[in-house]
Write a new protein. Structure first.
Length: 131
């Protein structure tokens, strides 16, 4: 796996270009939600094979638990569902309060199942514009 990180050469597009040129078709993308939030990534999620899940305020790599920063989690889940993401979600959060993991997992699962159940209702509920 190659992970997107907040710099000019580790965008999803550049990683995919590198894989093509180097003929590394068996190498996948580890999409990092916090890094993507800093980078402003809005597409390319169909390339993700695994996901590092954490949050931040969009400026530095804080590794907060999901829902503690400013990442738009309903929009993130929408993008992954539309990209037909099937890989694992790996928490990559800092802090001593590991008990938060269960609550965060439940909230993310709820979003995931709502989006899979009816994207139209999901978009209405979370006020997401299609496209």
């Amino acid at each position: 796996m190659i992970e997107n990180i907040p710099n000019e050469i580790s965008t999803i597009e550049r990683i995919e270009e590198f894989k093509r040129v180097a003929q590394l078709s068996g190498v996948g993308l580890c999409y990092d939600t916090g890094h993507g939030h800093i980078q402003g990534i809005e597409n390319g999620f169909e390339h993700a094979r695994t996901t590092h899940v954490h949050d931040n305020y969009g400026e530095k790599d804080e590794h907060l638990w999901p829902f503690e920063g400013t990442l738009d989690w309903p929009r993130m889940i929408e993008r992954l569902v539309l990209a037909k993401y099937e890989g694992p979600f790996v928490f990559e959060a800092r802090g001593e309060e590991l008990s938060k993991g269960g609550d965060v997992k439940s909230r993310l699962e709820e979003l995931w199942y709502e989006a899979h159940n009816s994207m139209e209702e999901y978009r209405l509920k979370y006020k997401l514009n299609a496209g």
